[in-house]
Design a protein around this ligand. Structure first.
Ligand SMILES: Nc1ncnc2c1ncn2[C@@H]1O[C@H](COP(=O)(O)OP(=O)(O)OP(=O)(O)O)[C@@H](O)[C@H]1O
Length: 271
C-alpha cells in the first residue's frame, strides 16, 4: 500500500500549530522511520495518517483513499487493512492472548466473527498460526496482562498479522522495552514486514535502531520535514541537528511564558 502526504497542516483547536506543509510519498513496501525531538509532531502525523486527527489543510492519500475526503465506508475498508503497533500495546489485558489476536478480524468480520465463541474453526486456527509466527503459541490461553512487555508487543504483532494489514503504523513500538527485548521485537516486526512486502511507518527515538531497520529516514523539526533519505546517505550531523533546540520556537515559548507571568503579576497587583 502506498501513501501520499500532500501539503499537510495540522493546527489543534487551541491554536497549537503542529504540522506545516508536510509533503512526501511512500512507495508500497518501503520501511520509513520518523525521527525528531519530543513535540516535533511525529505522533500527530501518524495519528493524521490513521484518521484519528482531523486534518487542517492538505490531504493524506493511502492506496487511492483520501483520508480527508473519503466516504465513511471507504475509510472503514481502508482501516481494516491498516495495522497499528503502539508503545502501550493497546491490548485487552483481561482477555486471553488468543482472543486479542482474534480481534485482528474485527474490521472485516465484525464483533461476532472476532469472538472466540462464535468465530469459525478456520479463524481460530488462523489466530494460532499468527501466534506461532511470533513464537507465542504456547501462551495462547494466558491472560494477556500476565505477559512481559516484549511478549505483549509480540501479541500486538500477531494481531496485525491476523488483520492481514497492508500497511503498519508503529508509534515507538519498543519505547517501554529493555534494549534486548526491543531488538527482538524490531527484528520480528521488520522480518514480517519484509516477508509480506508491507509498507511500514515507524516512529522511533533510537537513532541506532532507525539506521539499522529503515530503508528511509524522515526527520521532522517543529512540524516540518528537514531530513529525508536512505540511512547511509544521512550524516550523523544532519540527524543530530534534528535534536538541536529550535531557537525560533524556544524564543517564542519563552516570550509567551514571560507574558503570562507579567499578566499574573498585574492581576495579583490589582487585587
Ligand atoms: N490535542 C492536542 N491539543 C493541543 N496540542 C496538542 C494536542 N496533541 C498534541 N499537541 C501538541 O502537539 C505537539 C506535537 O505533539 P506530538 O505528540 O505529535 O509530538 P511527538 O513528536 O510525537 O513527541 P514525542 O516524541 O514526545 O512523543 C506538542 O506540542 C503537543 O503538546
Amino acid at each position: 500500500m502506498d501513501v501520499s502526504v500532500r501539503q499537510l497542516a495540522k493546527t489543534f483547536p487551541d491554536g497549537t500549530r503542529v504540522l506545516e506543509a508536510v509533503d512526501f510519498s511512500i512507495a508500497s513496501g518501503e520501511g520509513v522511520v520518523l525521527l525528531g525531538a519530543n513535540g516535533c509532531g511525529k505522533s500527530t502525523l501518524l495519528r493524521c495518517m490513521l484518521g484519528l486527527e482531523k486534518i487542517t489543510a492538505g490531504d493524506i492519500v493511502i492506496d487511492d483513499v483520501s483520508i480527508g475526503h473519503a466516504r465513511r465506508s471507504d475509510l472503514r475498508r481502508l482501516r481494516s487493512r491498516v495495522g497499528s503497533v503502539f508503545q502501550q500495546f493497546n491490548l485487552v489485558g483481561n482477555l486471553s492472548v488468543h482472543q486479542n489476536v482474534m480481534f485482528g478480524r474485527l474490521g472485516t468480520h465484525g464483533l461476532m466473527g472476532a469472538l472466540s465463541l462464535t468465530a469459525s474453526t478456520e479463524t481460530r486456527d488462523k489466530a494460532m498460526h499468527c501466534l506461532d509466527r511470533v513464537g507465542l503459541a504456547h501462551l495462547a490461553k494466558r491472560r494477556t496482562d500476565t505477559l512481559s512487555g516484549g511478549q505483549q508487543q509480540r501479541v500486538a504483532i500477531a494481531r496485525m498479522l491476523m488483520q492481514e494489514a497492508g500497511i503498519v503504523f508503529a508509534d515507538e513500538p519498543v519505547a517501554s522495552l529493555d534494549p534486548r527485548a526491543g531488538r527482538e521485537v524490531m527484528d520480528l516486526l521488520f522480518d514480517i514486514v519484509r516477508e509480506r512486502g508491507l509498507t511500514v511507518v515507524c516512529v522511533l527515538h533510537q537513532i541506532d535502531l532507525a539506521r539499522a531497520y529503515a530503508n528511509r529516514i524522515i526527520g521532522l523539526k517543529s512540524g516540518r520535514i528537514v531530513v529525508d533519505g536512505a540511512p547511509n546517505d544521512l550524516t550523523d550531523d544532519a540527524i543530530a541537528d534534528l535534536y538541536e533546540a529550535d531557537r525560533t520556537r524556544a524564543e517564542k515559548e519563552s516570550k509567551e511564558a514571560e507574558d503570562a507571568r507579567s499578566n499574573l503579576r498585574r492581576s495579583a497587583a490589582s487585587f
